[in-house]
Design a protein around this ligand. Structure first.
Ligand code: ADP
Ligand code: MG
Length: 701
């Protein structure tokens, strides 16, 4: 095993301890291996050089060559900028820097040939390029690179510290030059030959420094193949192992609890989608195998009632159920909602959270053990060892992403046999994808909203038009409605974000003064108990406006809230915006979602706003979301709810490769299910490494 891969980045030329720390924090790049597996998000053809007099204003990015003949700064303080003149034999243009002025000034060399890359703009009769990429020509020549230049994503914070795409490219180049021959192969030779895949050394080299387009394509294909192959293999192998030993409690019958509730107490007709999903669940429960099912449904699609009906089937067969929610508020809401449904039945429901009193707990523990509680609802508190059931047969987990594997396996320990598991999630993953991604879970989808819902009206407005908005809010409050106001909270600009949140709260407090209006503020830095109390003020209707960060994103249900106002909406991802919007539109009143941004928006941001305005369909939104994000997107896969990070493959664009490698993986496993054959030794090893490292699909199993 070549150890250089494990080396820390601080000793790499061009990086050093400070940048290494930043790379770790910002991009989770810790080792040499992480860095050479940080793949570019695009390549650009740099074979063409423009002469300066060939530049025309309509051009997008261009590349040119020239000598810097002079440099000077203009302005003072924050307005200070650096202006340099670039000259070739045909003419001259201006290069301008507004940021990093002194750094540039120190590093740029006069009268040396540079390759310059950027977007020209016409100013008067003269062209200039703001913040061009600069590279000394001598260095360029020395480098391995051909005409195709790799581009790497970095973050704002990295850029502030001058860790840009080029720095990364240079560092990777340095590493590869020295260690390229030590990069180990990760696919067995028989696969490389059979599927005509490029070797890994060559692939890594060509993805960063392509010799030509053809090699780049082969490299990309090979790396995607590898990535998706191991994901599929992992999923399929788990599934295979599970099906070996997952005898589940058989729930063969439907009895009085379900029938009585269904016919006498269900307050509405189920939608067709709910009926279909319930049928799927019943079939699983009757099969004698343990159920592992993901129940996907957009916010408000009515997942809870389906879970309740399934829990009644458990009761009909003599088993207890539990429902776990990620927060106390959600658990309490579920408890109140289900108790209301079950008021006139003989089903006993109980609630257990961190704040359940000691003496109540004691009673509760007893009742769980003697079986008189049928359904227990709660938070992580359910997982404590002291909580023992008489016979837990069915577990519902709401909003899955907050629970990890370790926690879930704790549930299994409460029994000698694993209970059936239903995981409910509103994270919209395109249907075709869900099957492949959650290969080890069965998936049910509620793709229909209950009838009579008024679709939420979504509007995108600019900062400046706030005043009208305040009048509108006032009218809604007069009608007795409540309002959410959400601010972004992003780690890298945390301090600024809090300032915005607080000043926003102050402004609103002035526009909507006490005692007539009550406002509540909730954010992530509050203690859990404080947060709960504040949220409760809003949930109970005591305050009309909740000013919050995204802590309210998941699951909270205040049907009386009719408006979701999202500040700096362009700073949220699409799926997050959709989740937030799902907090309103839960009652019978018309609801609104208002997206506020400044006038200046990037193309992607504009697409996101337009998508939100145009559709309420979570799956459609998920499709757009995935299309907008390249594989290099830093927060991408995490936010989309997919339980693993992809380094190079793209979830929607590469479905064909995904299918292909899935079949290859199946073929291998059907011949050698435990990967014991010598020819598969490398696969076995690789799979184990991967499990340890970054893939967490077991999150949802
Ligand atoms: P989610 O899927 O987001 O968890 P819920 O289960 O909280 O959605 O349901 C949202 C609301 O829709 C609840 O108030 C619930 O009572 C109501 N509801 C669920 N199913 C139906 C139905 N078939 N007809 C009418 N209302 C329904
Ligand atoms: Mg829910």
């Amino acid at each position: 095993m070549s150890n250089f891969l494990e080396n820390s980045l601080q000793y790499i030329k061009g990086i050093g301890p400070k940048r290494a720390k930043l790379l770790a924090e910002e991009l989770n790049i810790l080792s040499v291996k992480d860095l050479i597996e940080y793949f570019p998000y695009k390549h650009e053809d740099r074979s063409t050089f423009y002469k300066i007099n060939e530049i025309a204003s309509s051009q997008a990015y261009i590349q040119t060559k020239g000598i810097i003949t002079s440099m000077h700064t203009v302005g003072e303080g924050r307005k200070k900028r650096l202006v340099a003149e670039l000259r070739d034999e045909t003419g001259s243009l201006e290069l301008v820097w507004f940021k990093g002025v002194s750094w540039q000034q120190k590093n740029l060399k006069l009268n040396k040939p540079y390759v310059v890359y950027g977007k020209p703009a016409l100013f008067g009769s003269h062209y200039n390029i703001a913040h061009p990429e600069m590279e000394l020509l001598t260095q360029t020549k020395k480098k391995m690179t051909g005409a195709l230049q790799a581009y790497y994503n970095t973050t704002e914070k990295l850029k502030q510290h001058y860790v840009n795409s080029k720095i990364l490219s240079d560092a990777i180049g340095g590493i590869l030059q020295e260690h390229y021959k030590e990069i180990p192969e990760t696919l067995p030779t028989y696969l490389l030959e059979k599927y005509r895949l490029m070797g890994r050394q060559q692939a890594i080299m060509n993805i960063h420094f392509p010799e030509n387009i053809k090699k780049l394509n082969q490299a990309t294909y090979r790396l995607k193949f590898e990535e998706l192959f191991y994901i599929q293999l992992g999923i399929l192998k788990d599934k295979f192992e599970q099906s070996q030993d997952t005898i589940g409690y058989p729930f063969p019958k439907v009895g009085n609890y379900l029938n009585d509730f269904y016919h006498n107490h269900l307050p509405f007709d189920l939608t067709n989608a709910q009926k279909r999903v319930l049928k799927e669940i019943r079939k699983d429960l009757g099969s004698g195998r343990q159920m592992n099912r993901l129940l996907q449904g957009d916010v408000g699609s009515g997942k809870t009632i389906v879970a309740l009906l399934a829990m009644l089937i458990a009761a009909d067969n003599g088993y207890q159920s539990c429902l776990m929610a990620p927060t106390e508020i959600l658990a309490t809401q579920h408890y109140e909602g289900l108790s209301e449904y079950l008021r006139e039945t003989n089903i006993n429901v109980a609630l257990l959270t961190g704040s359940t009193k000691k003496k109540d707990r004691k009673v509760l523990h007893e009742k769980l053990q003697d079986g008189s509680i049928h359904i227990l609802i709660g938070t992580h508190a359910l997982l404590e060892d002291v909580v023992q059931f008489k016979n837990l047969g069915f577990t519902v987990i709401d909003e899955q992403h907050r629970f990890g594997v370790a926690q879930r396996s704790k549930l299994w320990n409460k029994n000698h046999r694993a209970p059936h598991v239903l995981v409910m999630s509103a994270t919209p993953i395109p249907r075709t994808l869900a099957m492949t991604v959650y290969g080890d879970l069965d998936v049910s989808v509620i793709d229909e909203l209950p009838p009579g819902r008024k679709p939420i009206e979504t509007k995108h407005i600019f900062d400046k038009n706030r005043n009208k908005l305040y009048q509108f809010i006032q009218k809604e409050i007069e009608k007795g409605r409540q309002i959410y106001v959400v601010y972004p909270m992003i780690k890298e600009s945390e301090k600024l974000d809090y300032e915005n949140l607080e000043s926003g709260f102050e402004t609103l407090s002035k526009v909507f003064p006490a005692p007539k209006y009550q406002l509540t503020m909730v954010h992530g830095q509050m203690k859990a108990a404080e947060k709960e109390t504040a949220m409760q003020e809003f949930v109970s209707g005591k305050s009309q406006i909740l000013v919050a960060t995204t802590v309210i994103e998941v699951g909270v249900n205040v049907p009386n809230a009719s408006m979701m106002l999202i500040e700096s909406a362009d700073r949220f991802g699409l799926s997050q915006l959709h989740q937030l919007r799902g907090r309103v539109g839960r009652g019978s009143e018309q609801s609104y979602c208002i997206l506020i941004t400044s006038y200046k928006l990037s193309n992607d941001s504009r697409t996101r706003m337009e998508t939100m305005v145009q559709t309420n369909d979570g799956f459609e939104i998920a499709e757009v979301d995935m299309k907008l994000r390249g594989p290099g997107d830093i927060h991408g896969t995490q936010q989309s709810g997919v339980p693993f990070n992809l380094k190079i493959a793209h979830l929607t664009k590469d479905t064909a490769i995904m299918q292909y490698v899935r079949e290859i993986a199946l073929k291998i496993l059907s011949k050698d299910s435990e990967l014991k054959l010598p020819e598969n030794a490398l696969i076995q090893k690789q799979l184990r490494l991967q499990k340890l490292q970054n893939v967490d699909w077991s999150m949802i199993s």
